[in-house]
Design a binder for this molecule. Structure first.
Ligand SMILES: Cc1cc2nc3c(=O)[nH]c(=O)nc-3n(C[C@H](O)[C@H](O)[C@H](O)COP(=O)(O)OP(=O)(O)OC[C@H]3O[C@@H](n4cnc5c(N)ncnc54)[C@H](O)[C@@H]3O)c2cc1C
Length: 468
């Protein structure tokens, strides 16, 4: 049950060799998936060249059209890769973790938009050169008289909106709900753009292999999104019928929500993972929010611990018992599965202690030594403190509380009063450990920088970020 070290068994501490093998397996899987992404880009270019695409580059007048087609192919392929990255396919989630797939999704977004804009601009210019019309007249002619082009322009406008609302500076001012709704438009945009790819692009003309490949790719990607983000969650929710069992106030503005349901032992969640939760209660129905499990799943209940950081999280604190809960997940690689070293250092700050609490429960069963570092500005923010105290009973566990306001004199994750300390001085065996960190973004970055400057390799440092 939530709040105690559950008796569920995990394998005893594996040897360093097996940790290294596990790491290499994950690395190979990640490399393979990355390779498939690049391969799909090369393949679409190869299809273009095999269809006689090189001829566009032998005549300067056809050059803009050739470049426009290439930009459109690579840009559209990139959009499909972006959708695949957010389809929550278990293989991708296990290989990279959501942080990295979301970062890759964001990273591809801007070049993909530039390519699609270039596609439109170069084709307008290129067709104009061939037909002897100026770009404005040519653009209008394409928009009004070419088959399927109005939908394609609408799709382009939708992509512009999606990318612009995702820029950091814009995201700060628009509500998350608005950003989310705009993102849903991207799926409609892919469908809107599809007809012109078949009716206008000679490469995908009827009866060609390229047409079947492109159709299969698009249907496969949209199908993956539908299956993993809609169908499977709906089936799992129908099966498990999760409901709020109890809401326990942990501190002012912080409460734990304990949920029970049917056959929860069939959900293979791990301490440190999160799910997207949607509570069937006024104001909370229409948007799922990510919350980490704050206790390792015990097969009978799930527990999350929520801080009121906004309107919806505030509503979660006063949920009624019996409220129906829909979930997607559990997701994430902030788990024992990604460790590469015999020891573990688990660090949480503020409400970031939630996955740390659940991960600690699993970690004590597999790691040689576990050091838990809890960081808070004041004692009242050491949430779930009694449960961390209970973990001290375990002979391999050390719990260190670091309380004090953020450093002002030096850039450090520690308070000014501990300015001379560092992760290496607090944890003498640091090189033998994996560090898991969750907390505010700046604090997390400072911890990671400290761990890396102490010589830890990238694969030894794991973070869960609450600020997507
Ligand atoms: C992987 C992960 C695990 C998390 N675990 C916990 C946890 O265990 N306990 C906890 O208290 N908080 C957790 N959070 C943070 C929590 O999701 C947000 O505080 C919550 O969604 C805020 O919603 P709001 O409408 O109350 O606030 P708002 O005022 O709408 O937003 C506050 C902040 O939360 C972000 N946010 C809002 N809605 C979402 C959403 N649907 N998805 C992602 N971000 C959103 C906003 O962009 C903004 O930065 C986690 C976040 C992530 C990404």
């Amino acid at each position: 049950m939530a709040g105690t070290v559950s008796e569920q068994r995990e394998p005893v501490a594996p040897a360093v060799g097996s940790l290294a093998r596990g790491y290499l397996r994950r690395r190979r899987r990640a490399d393979l998936i990355e390779g498939i992404g690049w391969f799909s880009t090369v393949l679409v270019l190869a299809l273009f060249l095999a269809d006689g695409g090189a001829s566009y580059f032998s005549n300067p007048r056809d050059l803009p059209t050739g470049l426009g087609i290439v930009a459109g192919l690579v840009g559209s392929n990139a959009v499909l890769i972006m959708l695949l990255l957010v389809a929550r396919i278990p293989l991708l989630d296990h290989a990279f973790g959501t942080d990295r797939t979301l970062a890759a999704h964001r990273w591809i977004g801007r070049p993909a938009l530039v390519l699609l804009l270039a596609h439109a601009a170069l084709l307008i210019w290129g067709y104009g050169l061939v037909l002897g019309t100026d770009p404005l007249a040519q653009g209008l002619a394409m928009l009004t008289s070419m088959r399927d082009l109005p939908q394609a322009f609408a799709a382009l406008a939708a992509f512009i909106l999606v990318v612009v609302t995702s820029l950091v500076i814009v995201r700060r001012v628009v509500a998350h709900e608005f950003w989310y709704a705009v993102h849903l438009v991207a799926y409609a945009a892919v469908l809107l753009a599809l007809p012109h790819q078949f009716s206008q692009g000679g490469l995908f003309a009827e009866g060609t292999w390229a047409r079947w490949y492109w159709l299969a790719l698009t249907v496969g990607v949209l199908g993956a999104v539908l299956v993993f983000r809609v169908v499977i969650p709906l089936l799992r929710n129908a099966r498990h019928r999760l409901r709020v069992a109890e809401v326990v106030v942990e501190a002012p503005g912080v409460a734990s929500v304990i949920m029970t349901g049917r056959r929860l032992d069939r959900i293979h969640g791990r301490g440190g993972q999160y799910s997207i939760w949607r509570f069937w209660s006024p104001g909370l129905r229409w948007e799922g929010h990510p919350y980490s499990l704050s206790a390792a799943p015990d097969g009978r209940s799930f527990r999350i611990t929520v801080r009121d950081l906004g309107d919806d999280s505030r509503r979660v604190l006063s949920l009624d018992p019996g409220t129906r809960v829909y979930f997607e997940g559990p997701y994430g690689v902030f788990t024992t599965a990604t460790r590469t070293s015999p020891d573990a250092v688990l660090m949480g700050a503020g409400i970031g202690i939630t996955p740390v609490r659940a991960l600690a429960e699993a970690m004590v069963r597999v790691a040689r030594k576990v050091t838990i570092i809890l960081r808070a500005n004041e004692e009242g923010q050491l949430y779930l403190r009694a449960e961390f105290d209970a973990l001290r009973m375990h002979p391999s566990v050390r719990v260190i509380e670091v309380v004090g306001p953020p450093a002002t004199r030096v850039r450090s994750w520690l308070p000014d009063s501990m300015a001379d300390a560092s992760l290496a001085t607090i944890v003498p065996d640091l090189p033998d450990a994996d560090v898991y960190v969750c907390g505010p973004a700046t604090w997390t970055d400072l911890v990671i920088a400290d761990a890396r400057s102490a010589g830890l390799r990238g694969r030894q440092v794991h973070s869960e970020r609450f600020d997507w």
